[in-house]
Design a protein around this ligand. Structure first.
Ligand code: APR
Length: 170
């Protein structure tokens, strides 16, 4: 599995799938979620609405798949990260589960390349260094999955995350 770390806007990525840092209602929002919904177009809101109608909200730590619509990617994996509440509420395990479920969904769908943002480190307030360490520890050794995914592109929007990831994967 090849890993790249770049600084940029994930809506420009051409990987098979990009990951969204969504909310449980898949209702769109600010941050990367807002950018993805704006770029993908109205049909994405509609598919998200139908998913929630059929299967209920997406719990923190889980992920669901939609089409990519007006984006350059074929799929969007909407992952719901934990809201940081001080660290004693299972936040770290929930964040790790997000990444596990992203990879599981990608493997199940036959997705070979994925662009991933820094889930939970914006509006949800997860400490960036701790998040980068969880991501690094997991992706340097994704253990049981032995993923058929060939390429992961970590797309960091802000410089702090970019430098933390560079250091983590050095
Ligand atoms: N491309 C890549 N990364 C981005 C982009 C973008 N266009 N815009 C923002 N980011 C980065 C932020 O810098 C941050 O590091 O995404 C990371 C995650 O931040 P948020 O988007 O705020 O996501 P999160 O902290 O997981 O909070 C999720 O925010 O937008 C709402 O609906 C969403 O309620 C949910 C919550």
């Amino acid at each position: 599995m090849k890993i790249d770390i770049i600084q940029g806007d994930i809506t420009h990525e051409k990987t098979d799938a990009i990951v969204n840092a969504a909310n449980p209602a898949l209702a769109g929002g600010g941050g990367v979620d807002g950018a993805i919904h704006r770029a993908a177009g109205y049909d994405l809101y509609e598919e998200c609405r139908q998913i929630v109608h059929k299967t209920g909200e997406c719990k923190p730590g889980f992920a669901v798949l939609t089409k990519g619509y007006n984006l350059l990617c074929r799929y969007i994996i909407h992952a719901v990260g934990p809201v940081w509440r001080g660290g004693n509420n299972g936040e770290e395990e929930i964040l790790l589960n997000c990444y596990r479920n992203i990879l599981a969904l990608a493997i199940e769908t036959g997705i070979k390349s994925i662009a991933i943002p820094n889930i939970s480190t914006g509006i949800y307030g997860f400490p960036k260094k701790k998040a980068a360490n969880i991501v690094g520890t997991y992706f340097k050794n994704p253990a049981e999955e032995q993923p058929s995914v060939e390429y992961i592109r970590f797309v960091c929007f802000d410089e702090e995350n970019y430098l933390l990831y560079k250091n983590e994967f050095a």
